[in-house]
Design a protein around this ligand. Structure first.
Ligand SMILES: [Fe+2]
Length: 335
């Protein structure tokens, strides 16, 4: 591997000495002796493996050059070593704080110069490779995370013959409501996940009850009503994402306090659960069931309006109504 190093020093003697060492070691050097030459090099957009800078030069200081290097995105990750004749500790401290990787004192021994230069380049390469790998892995992981959650949500939906895609629609509607309500992108992503998983507790309920076409008995209804608690218990085990359990536990609470499982009221219900509650009910009305097709849009609208303030937080019900009004072709439903 052929290293490319830019050396800036006003002292021609010193430049020549560095050149002799680098030539012998097969290093490709660019030897510059003033600010003008440095500026020309930077304009060339060639990215070296390292900058070796003299601290004191008549027209410019090495610190100024360092600052320029660190503010240019193209050069920001290139390591910088200072060449200094100073015995001044303060200069070194300042330089290190400003982002220099190391200092080499003049006069230097050839093998010390080479060793330190190569160590720094190698370390920087390792660091850059690692940073790259971490970025790639993190992206992969978060992609896998979303897919696993989607698979889990789909497996819950699959238990119910009539609710295909329910969870992903509720997730999408919830994200839209949150976006319109001013939640940040990151919060919207979180709400989307909670929407996907809101019914995960249904995993623990018999398929025969979930798919029963006729009226539920009291016992069966009681069984259905356990799904928020079951869901939040399942998701509560994911300790790195404690918020996932929130939507599952409280999406059947009502704004007037008459919901379940905890009978929370108004603002005591977490906002995200209030959002999912609207989205959930909307999707139930706009998807096909064993006993009926999707309800007509004006009836759905009237129902959301009727329950505004009783079942739903008026703020999120209003946003849902706005979404309905914009949906002139009634596309927002199960297809
Ligand atoms: Fe539910």
């Amino acid at each position: 591997m052929n290293e490319r190093i830019v050396v800036v020093d006003d002292d021609r003697m010193s430049l020549r000495m560095v050149r002799r060492v680098f030539d012998k070691a097969g290093i490709e050097g660019h030897y510059l002796s003033c600010e003008k030459e440095f500026a020309d090099f930077m304009d060339g957009k060639v990215v070296p493996d390292m900058f070796l800078l003299d601290v004191h030069m008549p027209d410019v200081s090495g610190f100024d050059l360092l600052k320029r290097i660190k503010t240019e995105p193209l050069y920001r990750n290139v390591p910088v070593i200072f060449l200094t004749g100073d015995e001044d500790v303060r200069t070194e401290t300042e330089g290190l704080h400003a982002g220099a990787s190391d200092f080499i004192r003049k006069p230097f021994a050839a093998d010390v110069l080479l060793k330190r230069v190569r160590n720094t380049i190698e370390l920087n390469r390792l660091h850059n490779n690692m940073a790259h790998e971490i970025r790639v892995k993190t992206e992969k992981l978060s992609h896998a995370y979303i897919q696993i959650v989607q698979a889990l949500a789909a497996s819950v939906d699959a238990k119910d013959k009539y609710t295909h895609g329910h969870s992903s629609r509720v997730a999408a509607y919830s994200r839209e409501i949150a976006g319109r309500a001013g939640f940040s992108e990151e919060e919207q992503d979180g709400i989307y996940m909670m929407g996907l998983l809101h019914d995960v507790g249904k995993i623990g309920i018999q398929d025969s009850i979930i798919n029963k076409a006729g009226r539920l008995t009291d016992d069966e209804y009681a069984a259905i009503k356990t799904h928020p608690a079951v869901g939040s218990e399942i998701l509560g085990n994911i300790s790195d994402y404690p918020e996932l359990a929130v939507g599952a536990r409280w999406h059947h609470e009502r704004f007037d306090g008459k919901g379940y499982p905890d009978g929370l009221k108004g603002e005591d219900i977490p906002e995200v659960a209030r959002i999912i509650a609207v989205a959930d009910t909307y999707d139930a009305m706009t998807s096909n069931r064993s006993y009926r097709n999707a309800m007509e849009q004006n009836k759905v609208r009237a129902e959301i309006e009727r329950c505004r303030g009783s079942q739903f937080d008026p703020r999120f019900a209003d946003i849902m109504l706005q979404m309905i009004d914009e949906d002139t072709e009634y596309r927002m439903r199960e297809d």
